[in-house]
Design a protein around this ligand. Structure first.
Ligand code: LLP
Length: 463
């Protein structure tokens, strides 16, 4: 297996064997549409453009490193999810993948809802005009201040993550004279990784309330008795970068059996289930992600079938894709600074960013692709490792890839599929300045998150 993936919890050892790399593509100048945003293309002059604008002029105007988001592609993917799930289901974009006010507006315009997991994400969503009732509030340790604000502004649902939180949210809602719509996040004993899943009785991680040992059923019982809460459903999220629908199938079956148990014990049919996010994208040409309509069809069929078997009304389904919407829509543009061949090993290509703008390779052994984008080249492929400028050897952006052997300082290279969990997990390590996010559409480019400046760093450092 050539990919690594992990759930929203501990790091998993699903990594490549040492020294692994795939063979070079037949022609390094060809951009695989699987991994590049929709409007990215190589122009007649040999350089690459996005949204009709050449990367060289983007680099000149906005500098490097920088993230460029293909707005057309983002909107198309958001719309595809919305259309695939139709009117009987809701799509909540997971803001943790990447959130900015422009993105919130695009989502709003395309009819999507929003999943936030912190006060900061909530504020961003509200300040860009997302109606509060279309926001779901997540988190395993929401603060009293966050819960209070979420209830005051009227978020559509709070996803309860522990027994203590059930009481906490109920108490705060009641003291505000409100009844808050909530879901309970359950852990279904399914851990999904890219092409496989493991179904176990227990999960050793921090999120949710276990279905095992009747704990989730007890959580439902408690939530139903509290005046401050209106329990609307059950939530499950099984992992990230998943291609295999079998994990969702087991999760859906287990959630539906809880709904049946709730009906039998309390005479209540909960109207909603949320199956979370986690759908995989192509980081390299080896990855084959599912299309939204296939996912919608598969999930709909599983839930309908299980509900029919349990003689339950089919609940309204919601999903929370983050990576699958924004991931493929952006690339990071870097300038090559040094090229260092290590005889018999590989060539290290150092760029002007690194683990501060993409921590995923260091953190998860994530795989990425890379291409020379400022020109074409017919030189032989060379095995490279694209590294950053940070003071540690784990500062790797692309572990194994091929670039033309005439690569030189000043060339622009781009890493595709960096829309999700790159800017949102960026850091100021070594006092790096976090790169801007530039949206490109129909020949126009505009900064949606500006580049940090040294003044920004000094502003936080009060001396
Ligand atoms: N819903 C819930 C409750 C989640 O915890 C997550 C992700 C999502 C939805 C969205 O998952 P997505 O569709 O984006 O896979 N930093 C990691 C990913 C952590 C995901 C955390 N939760 C990475 O860079 O791969």
């Amino acid at each position: 297996m050539s990919r690594s993936a992990h759930p929203a919890g501990p790091r998993h050892a699903d990594v490549l064997p040492e020294g692994h790399y795939t063979a070079p593509a037949a022609d390094l100048n060809v951009l695989d549409p699987k991994v590049w945003a929709q409007t990215v293309t190589r122009t007649a002059s040999g350089s690459v453009s996005v949204g009709g604008i050449d990367v060289a002029s983007l680099a000149e105007e906005f500098g490097t490193p920088a993230y460029f988001v293909d707005e057309t592609d983002f909107r198309a993917r958001a719309r595809a999810w919305r259309t695939a799930f139709g009117h009987d289901a809701d799509v909540f974009y997971a803001g943790k993948a990447f959130l900015s006010r422009a993105v919130v507006r695009w989502l709003h315009e395309e009819g999507l809802n929003l999943d936030v997991c912190s006060g900061g994400e909530l504020t961003t969503a509200l300040s860009a005009g997302m109606p509060a009732d279309r926001i779901a509030f997540h988190g395993n340790n929401k603060s009293v201040a966050e819960i209070t604000k979420a209830i005051e502004v009227g978020v559509g649902r709070i996803v309860l993550d522990s027994f203590q939180e059930i009481v906490r949210v109920a108490h705060i809602a009641q003291s505000l004279g409100k009844r808050q719509r909530v879901q309970i996040r359950v852990t279904v004993g399914v851990e999904a990784h890219t092409h496989e899943f493991i179904a176990t009785a227990h999960e050793d991680q921090k999120f949710g309330i276990a279905l095992a040992d009747g704990q989730a059923a007890e959580a439902v019982r408690r939530a139903l008795t509290l005046d401050g809460l209106e329990l609307i459903g059950i939530h499950s999220h099984i992992g990230s970068q998943i291609f295999d629908m079998a994990g969702f199938e087991v999760a859906a079956r287990r959630v539906v059996s809880l709904l049946a148990q709730v009906r039998d014990e309390h005479g209540v049919e909960l109207p909603e289930i949320d199956l979370g996010g986690g759908l995989g994208i192509a980081y390299t040409s080896d990855d084959d992600p599912r299309e939204p309509h296939e996912i919608a069809k598969a999930l709909g069929e599983i839930v309908t079938r299980e509900c029919e078997a349990a003689k339950l009304r089919t609940p309204r389904i919601s999903v929370e894709p983050g990576r699958a919407i924004v991931g493929p829509t952006a690339f990071t543009l870097y300038e090559v600074g040094t090229v260092k061949p290590l005889e018999g090993l590989r060539t290290y290509v150092s760029v002007d960013g690194g683990m501060s703008d993409n921590i995923r390779t260091a953190l998860y052994d994530a795989e990425y692709s890379v291409a020379l984008v400022s020109r074409t080249s017919d030189a032989e492929p060379m095995l490279v490792r694209v590294v950053g400028k940070h003071c540690e050897s784990g500062d790797i952006v692309v572990k194994d890839a091929f670039l033309p052997s005439d690569l030189a300082p000043g060339d622009l290279i781009a890493v595709p599929a960096t829309g999700a969990y790159c800017r949102s997990m960026a850091s100021n390590y070594n006092h790096a300045l976090r790169p801007p996010v530039v949206a490109v559409r129909d020949g126009e480019a505009r900064v949606i998150v500006r580049r940090e400046t040294e003044e920004d760093l000094l502003r936080l450092d009060v001396g």
